[in-house]
Design a protein around this ligand. Sequence first.
Ligand code: SAM
Length: 234
Amino acid sequence: LFVEAPLGEGARVVLEEGQAHYLLHVMRAKVGDRLNFFNGQDGEWVAEITETAKRTCTAVCARQLEPQTEVPDLWLCFAPVKKTPADYLTQKATELGVRVLQPIFTRRTIVSRVNTERMLANAVEAAEQSGRVSVPEIREAIALDKLLASWPAERRILFCDEAGDAPSIADALMTERGGSWAVFTGPEGGFDPAERALLRAQANVMAVSLGGRILRADTAALSALSVWQALTGD
Ligand code: SAM
């Protein structure tokens, strides 16, 4: 369970509302039962339920678990699309080990607002389900040129570019995989020529193709992340 409380040897966590209800009335948990907590900072802890009441359940952390899934240092910078809410992409990117989700506004982005609270709730749920002990950071949406103006020099850009000549992502990643990366995907109408030129002009960019067909924006993001996962095995 994801908890917003410090975790450590002997740390006492009081669960309320939804989480307490789920444990007490769905899972029929009782004193002495064990469960796992993570909070995104302190790793994953096995805790033992010490008290239950009508609406609360208290557990004390007993021991820390070895991290099962170290996530790669991979960001997803995606232009949100109208049809598929960012929730779906957030859930899949979390399962695929993304560390930061950065929605980007581009000239052809139709969506004007991104609900990052909803995205975070989806990320927490997907992290719990996938056994991650970290929840991806969900950043506020930002215009592409503003993001690139302060881009961290060491982070490499995997620019999914359906419009230009680019090696397949598999070939590209075959040769260079190390370090920190960010996958960039565009909106329904794609990046416009000026944005493509801006992305290709970045110092640490690698433009890649995801195959001969035009993928929907969310398919493209998942395809790139899946190839990443398959090749780097993180
Ligand atoms: N520009 C295209 C158009 O208007 O029909 C479609 C853009 S596509 C729906 C959205 C994004 O997915 C693109 O900006 C690109 O980042 C990525 N994408 C889709 N198909 C791709 C491919 N075959 N190779 C690389 N990237 C792709």
